[in-house]
Design a binder for this molecule. Structure first.
Ligand SMILES: *[C@@H]1O[C@H](CO)[C@@H](O)[C@H](O)[C@H]1NC(C)=O
Ligand SMILES: *[C@@H]1O[C@H](CO)[C@@H](O)[C@H](O)[C@H]1NC(C)=O
Ligand SMILES: *[C@@H]1O[C@H](CO)[C@@H](O)[C@H](O)[C@H]1NC(C)=O
Ligand SMILES: *[C@@H]1O[C@H](CO)[C@@H](O)[C@H](O)[C@H]1NC(C)=O
Ligand SMILES: *[C@@H]1O[C@H](CO)[C@@H](O)[C@H](O)[C@H]1NC(C)=O
Ligand SMILES: *[C@@H]1O[C@H](CO)[C@@H](O)[C@H](O)[C@H]1NC(C)=O
Ligand SMILES: *[C@@H]1O[C@H](CO)[C@@H](O)[C@H](O)[C@H]1NC(C)=O
Ligand SMILES: *[C@@H]1O[C@H](CO)[C@@H](O)[C@H](O)[C@H]1NC(C)=O
Length: 806
């Protein structure tokens, strides 16, 4: 029940939120420096079209880097914050504006045309991006879901030129394609095949560029010359022939032998401003043109940009804060993070070229290994409708292949990093929205079958989808040096971290079985398997005085030793820690030191294995001090909150602040690692809100927020939940708050009723409307003594100790 005073309180916060121009609080350049790979171009929420400029130097995973390197074009689709191929994925069919050249001698090739930006010229806001070259040409763009507008403003009246590049994507991976120019209609149609950036496959994509802008659009551009260009000789691709009046190019698929080819169209206009409309499609060029005509019929820049900005305001307003009263840096971090967390996955519904389906199609599950921890749980609170579409797309992937997709990247299956971690959001959806699944368009029986099939069956090659269940079910762990008699193969490394992720995946099935009323046998089976991570625990291994670590294990049961610090930030010797076939450590992008803490569904088991709460706490402290902690990668996400499981939420309160303020900020280098399809963005959001989601469950760890008050709106439930921090203290907004700063949780009430736990809160309370009051104090000793509170359920749940009751 929502009391009257609560309602007034919500109204007050909401009024502030809607009055604010939330888009103006978004800094799109956070994480566009050396390592974040964040995408700062134009896009609507969950868009297919992500339009932005591309730099000539790698790494450039999102096309853009906020440095002074030269620009090779403005292109139509990009990834958000991913790792993978340092050259990047997507970035196909770039346009490039040229001035001051004669048609037949214009520098159209990618090397010759590259141009520097004027210092400080890059600017962006949700739905809009612009920059200016040193030669004075200004670029601007705005977009819809599959289409948009690009405008070049030249320093002189013309003639001015536009290159339409057929062959250069970010990865320089062109495998073939074609271009057709219809001069009278001012239209260029393109299709090309390129490699995905993180996986073994290629994809084919199409675009349509229109240059016959109606005078009403404010453009008076007359096409005065046109033609095609291509490399004179593939052994010397930068020597290029421009063919005036040429209208067609065709490169039949020949593998990568044409990847260096420079080819495209060159158009000249008798105008100082050239407006281009584009559409993209994975079906064919006709569809790309139809998308442009349908989504940008009138070429009306103001309408397109206004609609994009409006869509973003709506997304951002789901979290309401009094932007004037709160700390400005926290507000900027919050809204910039919420922005990025709604860029991907990309809604490619109606653009699935691979199979007919009535269900949604989404791309950029890149990878579920990155996003299950924070991105999906954030969607579960703020955007259940979009999330349902995404979940449905995961289930539809299973319908086609028999397995839940793991790392769909550039529309094709990418590499599996560990477990089949798409299982976790599906289990989470069953737990949180199982009862509403039909209304949300998710066939819940299919979802459950997708989970079971992925938990039981083994694909012939589990490197791109699924898991090595043959091994998991035979041994109860993932053995080292085992030849699978079934003939199934995959990348055999990362045995220990895969097993620990498989265990969590099985927990997700168990959770779905409970939520959906499946048989007690199913519940018991997957609960049992979810505890099998202990089978890879070698109690005899010690490191820095701590005993018991996850280790690889042979089929005969003997453990295979690797140093627990291997692949940690302080690894004294070089190891192969990613997907190299020479990874002989047993862990993926992490160490045994870190993965030995990874059992979010039964942390009490780890507290026990490590020797009890006191040892656990000193082990977590040591992990941060050494540091074995790496803020820039996902396996460490939960760690600042780990103290909750040892009844010391006061230590988590300090550690979360320390990690946040030492590693994240609003600068271009404000992310400690890749944004990873917004995994970092969603993590920052949770830290700021004083919450951390427990995987595939309704529990969230709770602590003291970095805001004095905020609201969360859930459109499906029709609720707004108001969080209010009683005694909020801005002195707590620091890496090391001064003694006495009120950062410790003293009391939590949910709609006036005291919460039995100071350590966790139920999803139904977070998303259920009403008011959550968090009273904070600065008495560290009292907070340490109070722990998670009194009562049997004060600690967050662990399966082994009877948590997550069926
Ligand atoms: C670009 O930036 C780098 C690093 O900041 C600097 O060393 C270099 O001089 C700059 N180059 C130009 C052309 O401004
Ligand atoms: C135009 O190009 C010519 C020849 O490359 C060059 O000398 C001249 O400086 C350029 N003018 C402008 C305004 O860029
Ligand atoms: C790329 O596409 C072609 C034609 O569609 C196909 O035959 C080929 O096997 C693909 N190559 C890769 C590496 O996926
Ligand atoms: C192509 O370029 C290579 C390398 O510059 C050169 O050896 C070869 O003679 C050229 N072929 C033709 C047909 O011009
Ligand atoms: C291109 O077409 C125009 C118009 O028909 C013509 O005037 C011109 O000579 C042509 N150029 C070439 C190189 O064929
Ligand atoms: C995804 O795109 C399709 C096609 O435009 C649209 O119908 C659907 O509502 C979108 N999904 C969500 C969850 O917005
Ligand atoms: C799981 O089942 C096996 C076989 O029945 C049993 O030996 C084991 O103790 C069970 N594990 C747990 C954690 O219940
Ligand atoms: C188990 O297998 C490993 C690897 O082949 C071997 O080194 C070890 O001695 C074996 N242990 C036992 C008890 O046979």
């Amino acid at each position: 029940m929502v009391s009257r005073t609560t309602l007034l309180c919500i109204a007050a916060v909401a009024a502030h939120a809607s009055a604010a121009d939330l888009n103006s609080l978004v800094n799109l350049f956070i994480g566009t420096g050396a390592s974040g790979n964040a995408f700062p171009g134009a896009a609507i929420p969950h868009a297919m079209a992500k339009v932005g400029i591309d730099v000539s130097t790698a790494p450039r995973q999102a096309g853009y880097i906020h440095d002074n390197s030269s620009i090779t074009g403005i292109s139509l689709m990009h990834d958000e914050g991913t790792g993978g191929n340092a050259n990047g994925g997507y970035g196909f069919f770039p346009l490039f504006p040229l001035t001051n050249c004669t048609f037949a001698a214009c520098p159209v090739g990618i090397g010759a045309r590259a141009a520097l930006r004027k210092a400080g010229a890059d600017a962006a806001q949700p739905g809009y991006f612009t920059t200016t070259f040193v030669n004075g040409i200004k670029l601007e763009t705005t977009s819809t879901r599959r289409a948009g507008l690009i405008r070049f403003t030249y320093p002189t009246a013309g003639p001015n030129h536009v290159v339409v590049d057929l062959t250069n994507d970010l990865g320089r991976s062109f495998e073939g394609g074609a271009l057709a120019l219809a001069a009278a209609a001012g239209r260029v149609r393109l299709g090309g095949t390129f490699l995905q950036s993180y996986g073994p496959s290629n994809y084919t994509v199409f675009a349509c560029y229109d240059f016959a802008a109606p005078p009403a659009a404010g453009a008076q551009q007359r096409l005065v010359a046109f033609g095609t260009y291509q490399s004179t000789n593939l052994s010397a691709p930068s020597s290029i022939t421009i063919r005036p009046n040429g209208t067609a190019l065709s490169f039949p698929w020949t593998g990568d032998s044409v990847s260096a080819e420079q080819a495209g169209a060159l158009l000249s206009f008798d105008a100082g401003v050239v407006l281009a409309r584009f559409g993209v499609s994975f079906h064919n060029a006709d569809q790309a043109c139809a998308n442009a005509e349908a989504e940008v019929p009138d070429w009306d820049w103001g309408r397109v940009q206004g609609a994009s900005a409006g869509a973003w305001e709506e997304v951002l307003a789901r979290v309401g804060v009094d932007t004037a009263a709160e700390d400005a840096t926290v507000v900027e971090l919050l809204y910039s993070s919420l922005y990025r967390a709604s860029l991907v996955p990309a809604n490619l519904t109606d653009e699935n070229p691979y199979w007919e389906s009535p269900y949604p199609f989404y791309d950029a599950f890149f990878c579920s290994w990155d996003t299950f921890r924070t991105v999906h749980p954030l969607l579960s609170i703020l955007d259940p409708r979009e999330w349902a579409g995404i979940v449905s797309a995961y289930v539809d992937g299973w319908r086609q292949t028999g397995f839940i997709p793991e790392c769909r990247a550039n529309t094709k299956a990418g590499y599996v990093q560990g477990g089949s971690d798409g299982m976790i959001p599906l289990g989470d959806f069953a737990v949180k929205y199982g009862a509403r699944a039909a209304a949300l368009g998710v066939p819940i029986d299919d979802l459950y079958q997708a989970l079971v099939d992925t938990a039981e069956n083994t694909p012939p090659d589990w490197y791109t989808v699924g898991r090595q269940n043959t091994a998991w079910k035979t041994f109860g762990y993932i053995p080292t040096d085992w030849v699978d008699p079934s003939g199934a193969t995959g990348l055999p490394t990362r045995e220990a971290s895969r097993a620990w992720e498989y265990a969590l995946g099985d927990f997700a099935v168990r959770q779905a079985a409970v939520a959906l009323g499946k048989s007690a046998a199913d519940v018991a089976k997957y609960a049992n398997r979810s505890m099998n991570f202990v089978n890879m625990w070698d109690a005899s291994v010690t490191s820095d005085g701590f005993a018991g670590f996850a280790q690889r294990r042979y089929p005969n049961g003997t453990f295979a030793f690797s140093p627990p610090n291997a692949c940690s930030p302080v690894d004294p010797v070089g190891h192969s820690c990613a997907r190299g076939t020479d990874n002989n450590v047993g862990f993926y992008e992490s160490s045994s030191w870190e993965y030995s803490f990874f059992a979010p569904h039964s942390m009490a088991t780890l507290v026990g294995l490590m020797g009890g709460p006191a040892t656990f706490i000193s082990r977590v402290d040591h992990y941060f001090a050494t540091p074995y902690f790496l803020a820039g990668n996902e396996p460490g996400f939960l760690m600042p909150w780990a103290y909750h499981y040892a009844n010391r939420p006061d230590l988590s309160a300090l550690r979360v602040r320390n990690v946040l303020y030492k590693n994240f900020n609003t600068g271009i280098n404000g992310l400690p690692g890749n944004d990873d399809s917004a995994a970092m963005a969603a993590l920052i959001t949770f830290h700021i809100m004083g919450l951390y989601p427990v995987a595939a469950s309704k529990q969230l760890l709770i602590g003291s927020p970095l805001l004095s008050a905020y609201t969360l709106r859930n459109e499906v439930f029709g609720t707004t939940t108001a969080f209010r921090v009683v005694g909020f203290d801005k002195a707590g907004l620091a890496a090391a708050p001064p003694a006495g700063a009120r950062v410790f949780v003293k009391r939590i009430t949910v709609n006036g009723a005291p919460s039995a736990s100071l350590c966790w809160i139920d999803f139904d309370d977070v998303a259920g409307g009403g008011e959550i009051e968090i009273e904070v104090y600065g008495d560290a000793a009292a907070a340490a003594a109070a722990g998670c509170g009194e009562g049997p359920n004060a600690l967050p749940d662990s399966l082994e100790t009877g948590g997550f009751p069926a």
